[in-house]
Each structure stands twice: as C-alpha cells, then as structure tokens.
Design a protein around this ligand. Sequence first.
Ligand code: ADP
Length: 238
Amino acid sequence: MTPATDPSPPVLELTGISRTYGAGPTALTVLRDVELTVREGEYVAVVGPSGSGKSTLLNLMGALDRASDGSVRLAGHDLASYSDAGLSRLRATYLGFVFQQFFLLDRQTALENVADGLLYQGVRRAERRRRAAAALERVGLAHRLDHVPSRMSGGECQRTAIARAVVHAPRVLLADEPTGNLDSASGAAVLELFDELHATGATIILVTHDPGIAERAPRMITLRDGRIVDDLCREVAA
Ligand code: ADP
C-alpha cells in the first residue's frame, strides 16, 4: 500500500467570509460565504468579471482590509485578533504585493527601491543592498541596479516591483492585475517570471480579469457576484 502524501500546510484559510461596504439601505455586500484554503507552494489565479469582488478578496487575504464576517488565517494567525499595527507587521513578514501600478520611488535606484522591501526586517544596510541585488538578478535585472524607474521600461519597472515583493522571502506573493499596465511582450515576461518563482517554491495568488492569464495557473478560482462559483485544479504544461 502506498502511503498518502501529506498535503502542504495551509498558508491562507478563509472561512465564511463576507464583506459589506456601508450600512443600512445603501449597504453593498461584495463578498459572501467565501470558503478558501491556499496551501504552501500553490499558484492560484482568481478570475471573474469586473466588479465580482476579486480585489476585495485579495485585500482581505493581504490583511489590507477586514472582513465583515468570517475569519482569515494567515500562516495560522487569525487576522481579526490583530491591531492595525499588528497587521502591518504580519504583511511585512509574510506577504509580498505586486499591483498594476508599480509604486516605485523615482528618486531612488532600482537597488534602493528593492532594498526598501527589507526595511521592516531589521536588516543592516549592506545586507539589504546585497539581498536586493540578488533579487534583481533573479528577475533578470542585474544590469539595471543603478537605474531610476524613469529610465526603465514598464516591464523592467514591474520586474523591479516583483523583486521588491520577494526580497524578504514572503510566504505568499499577492498580485493584482500585474500585467495591466504592460504591453503584451512585457506582460508575457512578467508571467514567465511568476512561473519561475512558482517552480522554485513560491506561493502565488494572482488576480486577473483575463481568462487567458488565469489559464496558466494550476488552480483557477472564479468569482461571480462575490461568490466562488468555480475552483478548478488542473495539469499545466511545463
Ligand atoms: P473586481 O476586483 O472584481 O473588479 P472589486 O473587489 O474591486 O471587484 O469590487 C467589487 C464591488 O465592490 C464593486 O461593485 C465595487 O464598486 C465595490 N467596492 C469596492 N471597494 C469599495 C469601497 N471601498 N466602498 C464601496 N464599494 C466598494
């Protein structure tokens, strides 16, 4: 008899999640009864039409927002029991974020922007710069360390933002429409980079309205009107 392999431990566990904006007659419930477990090493795409609640869900998983009902556990921590300052620390420890906008500081070089991703970790400056250089090398930008964002292409800026998001080795990388501001070639390069990060063990959750992008992830969750209507795992061509 072959022993069953243990599944990887969960990094995000959402139970009975709902999110309502406002109160009274104008209250708008944009997520309802969401149950979702994401395990270490998974690459999950969250797809659905505009307004279906994808960004709201990502913000809850990223401890950027609080659920109206239900619980979110990140690496075993129940987010409801944390103050706003505590949530900031959890984010800095466990999470990396990539958004459609790059949010890079233009008066800093790529190296300095990425090194800032370690400011919360209490890492000394020389070590921050060493790790930032390694992260930029990992995203194919070893030749751009001293460039400021205005001297780089959109694709290079997004790869710099990804290096900043992963420089502290987060447990989960959360990406919200990361190719939304890029031409198709740069977007494809960013998605290849996600594939590579996943292949080396990263846990990735990617929000996109584009089914073509979602299709490359091994697991695809579909949201409609704030509910998970589909949760599909499949083989993805290597
Ligand atoms: P998606 O990412 O799928 O486009 P969102 O999560 O951004 O969807 O939004 C879902 C719904 O919640 C939309 O109807 C949007 O207008 C509404 N919404 C999002 N944020 C807020 C907010 N801060 N206040 C009120 N309504 C909001």
